[in-house]
Each structure stands twice: as C-alpha cells, then as structure tokens.
Design a protein around this ligand. Structure first.
Ligand code: GDP
Length: 444
C-alpha cells in the first residue's frame, strides 16, 4: 500500500504529541525534525518539505496553541491542515464544458497508464455522472494502443473512435469531435501518444492537437511509483503544454507517496484522480483532505463510508447498523458482510482507510479469498440457529461437531469465532465514527 513507510513514521512522531497536556517549543521542533525526515524519505521534493515544515512550525509555536488545553492535538491538527493544503486543499473536479461535448486530452509518458485511465475515466463519467463519453484512439505510435482501447471499449460497452494508425492524430481528434457532436456524446476523451521521455516531437504534436480541439481539460497521467520523476514530468508538460490536472496512477502499489504530496505544490496543478489498480473501476477522485488523514493514520473514514454506501442495500444497511449498535450481530450477518466487503475491494486497502485498524491483528489476517469464503460458509452453515445467533454458546464439543460437519478443523472454527469478534469490534468503531461524523466531523 502506498504511503506505508511515510504513514508509519509520521504516526510515530504524532503519537508522542497526542494527548500531551503541555507542549514546549522544543517538542514541536523535535516533532517537525522527524516529520521532515519522514517526508524526505518518502521522496517529497525538498523545497516542498522545507516550506511545509516552516509553515507548520510558524503556526504551531504560537502561544495560543502552546497554552491551549490540548496543545498536542492542536499541533497534529495543524500538520493535517497543512498537508491537505499542500495536496491542493479542496477537491478539484473534472471540467464540464458549457456547451457539450467536454473535450479531455489525456497526455503522458508511455506506460504511465494513459490508455487504462482513459477507460477508467469514461466508466467513471458514465457510472457516477451519468454521462455518455466517446473514447478516441489517437495513440498511433504504440503498436498495441489502439487495439487496447478498442478491447477496453468492448469490455465496458463504451464507444471508441478510431481511424487506424495511418491517419494523423490531429485528424483523428478533429473527426472524433465531429462524430461526438453528431451522436450527442457529452464527453470526448482523447488517448494521445506517449514517449519514453519528454521530447520536442511529442510536445509539438500534442500542441497541434490542442490547437485543433481546444480541450476543456488536459489531464496528465503520471506514474506515482516514479516519485520525483513524476513531479519533473509534470513540470515539463505543464511548462510546455499547460496542463489542467494530474491523474496519479498506481497509488495502489507500494509507492513512497512523494509524488502525491509534491505534484500540486511544484506545478500548481491539482491532482484530480488517483488510479488504485489495473481494473477499470479502480479510479478515485482525489480528495486532499482524505489523503492527508490517511497518511497521518486518522483513517479515511469518508471514503470507506462512501465505498460501503455504494455497495450496500440501504434498508439492509440500516438494519445492520441497528444490530451493530445493539451488539446483536450474528454469524449470518458476518457471512453476508464478508461477501459485501469482498465486493468493495481488497481488504487490506479497506483496513488502511480505518483509523487504528492496523492494531487489529486478527482482522489483518483475514484473507478474503474464494476458498476461505467457502470454508467460512461451511462452518457457519454447520452451526445451529441458536449458535449462529449466540456465539457464546460455542463450547469445545459444539466446536468439534461444527468442524466435523463442515469438513474443517477446530482451529479453523476458533479462528472464525475470533475474526467474528474482531469484526464486531470494527463495526462498533465504525458506527461510532459515523455518529461522530453526523455531529460535525471526526475528533482528532
Ligand atoms: P500507457 O502507455 O500510458 O497508455 O499505459 P497503459 O494504460 O498501457 O498502462 C501501463 C500499465 O500500467 C498497464 O499494465 C496497466 O494495467 C498498468 N496500470 C495503469 N494504471 C494503473 C493503476 O492505477 N494501478 C496499477 N497497479 N496498474 C496500473
């Protein structure tokens, strides 16, 4: 998971601050020394780090903070706010032209994820914004790019405009827009060619396309795994072409996160989306505030709730929420929840969004794979109705019977019972947080 190293180090230095009843200027300095090292190690641009540290220090050593009732938390709050600001502050949304179609040019180096992101963005626009995009195959140089986009189009049932690789990209783009108008597509997403490095030919060609299509949005796709390089590429493209936003791909990998933190500060262009995997639905709007909270280990509760909301039947969710509150969760609910969690995405990714979830060792070890779900299902189905509803009934002989009935073992049954308890704890924590949210934001 991205940011693991950074998150761990920042959280380490933050822990020392949390709950401090008295904070001296020296404590803030000490903490900021650690934060500075952590950021540099995460490959954040050194100028950005310097400014960040000095901004936080300036705010944090003020007498009103040091003399406040909860100075430790105040300092953490400042770090959180400044980190959010660094990554762009408010969420920056994709443009919508006054007069459709909105034209989006996807640019970037080869392998950054342009073609994949073109598909993801089209799907996002259709699914979340009810739009009807046209994808345009204008990368005539990379041999497989056109085919790749066409295949994506088929998979997603999304129209692709292509004229093969013998027509110039400028001409392709021009005709694509005419076609989009004719067929009433409200977004045109042009997948342009990349190169291995920024070069003048490429920029010249992109410039020509830009002249002809007057894009509403030029999105630069950069690979987060390349760290500082991603920032340099962004700077180059921005100076030469003028980009309107960045899509940071491969944030699901174990990048150190530096790019996410420095891109906005260095190029003054917002990160609009983050690519979180190879699949077409693995694209998330980039929320600076949530990302900062995630990095600082305060959890990304809002994203988690949103994910849950989009995959949960509302009535059922209310019923579950009631059960969580009253601690009535049964093994049947557990089974259902596991299936649900599985449909939300990889479990460790979800856990990373939860504050303090790293501490729940039992949960971390749940491998939600098909085989295990089958085992879990078998175990639960071998329980009597009473046992499913009242796990405390499960004594040694009952467990032996269940293990035998499900073709598993007593340790497996025990493991499930333990995981069930952890899940209950997690649910309780989550429902508590949701209540906190309603009351006006999470407490730090
Ligand atoms: P292009 O040359 O810029 O068009 O790059 P592609 O779209 O062909 O992507 C290059 C590789 O990166 C492919 O193997 C993609 O599956 C992969 N990729 C793209 N975005 C992501 C992402 O967000 N996460 C991960 N893990 N892989 C990605």
């Amino acid at each position: 998971m991205a940011f693991e190293g950074l998150a761990e180090r920042l959280q380490g230095s933050i822990k020392k601050m949390r709950g401090k009843g008295k904070v001296a200027e020296q404590d803030v300095k000490e903490m900021m020394r650690e934060v500075r090292l952590a950021l540099l190690e995460a490959d954040v641009n050194f100028k950005v780090v310097k400014k960040f540290v000095s901004d936080v220090k300036e705010r944090a050593v003020g007498q009103d903070i040091l003399d406040s009732l909860t100075p430790g938390q105040q300092v953490i709050k400042i770090v959180n706010e400044e980190l959010t600001k660094l990554m762009g502050g408010e969420q920056s949304k994709i443009a919508t032209a006054q007069k459709p179609p909105t034209v989006v040019m996807m640019v970037g180096l080869q392998g950054a994820g342009k073609t994949t992101t073109t598909g993801k963005l089209a799907l996002h626009l259709r699914k979340k914004h009810n739009r009807s995009p046209l994808m345009v195959a204008a990368d005539i140089y990379r041999p497989a790019a056109i085919k790749q986009l066409e295949t994506l189009g088929k998979q997603l049932d999304m129209p692709v405009f292509s004229l093969g690789d013998q027509v110039s990209p400028v001409e392709i783009a021009k005709q694509a827009i005419a076609k989009a108008k004719e067929e009433h597509h409200d977004y045109v997403i042009i997948d342009t060619a990349g190169r291995l490095h920024v070069d003048e030919n490429l920029m010249g060609e992109l410039d020509e396309i830009k002249e002809v299509v007057s894009p509403d949005e030029i999105l630069l796709v950069v690979d987060a795994m390349t760290g500082q390089d991603a920032v340099n590429v962004a700077q180059n493209f921005n100076e030469r072409l003028g980009i309107t936003g960045v899509v940071l791909t491969k944030l699901d990998g174990d990048t150190r996160g530096g790019a996410a933190i420095s891109v906005k500060a260095v190029t003054n262009t917002p990160i609009k989306f983050a690519g979180m995997g190879e699949k077409s639905d693995a694209l998330e709007p980039f929320h600076p505030e949530r990302m900062a909270s995630r990095i600082l280990g305060m959890g990304d509760v809002l994203s988690l709730i949103e994910k849950a909301e989009s995959s949960v039947d509302e009535e059922r969710a209310r019923e579950l929420e009631r059960k969580m509150r009253t601690n009535e969760l049964t093994f049947d609910d557990f089974l259902e929840q596991l299936a649900q969690v599985r449909s939300m995405g990889p479990l460790d990714e979800l856990l990373n969004m939860m504050p303090g979830a790293g501490k729940m060792k039992g949960l971390k070890n749940i491998q939600v794979d098909e085989k295990q779900i089958v085992h879990i299902e078998a175990i639960v189905k071998s329980m009597t109705k009473a046992e499913r509803e009242e796990p405390s009934l499960l004594n040694g002989s009952r467990k032996r019977r269940i293990a035998k009935g499900s073709g598993t073992s007593v340790p497996e049954v025990n493991r499930l019972v333990k995981q069930f308890d952890e899940m209950k704890k997690m649910m309780k924590q989550m429902s508590g947080m949701q209540k906190g949210k309603k009351k006006g934001g999470m407490k730090l």
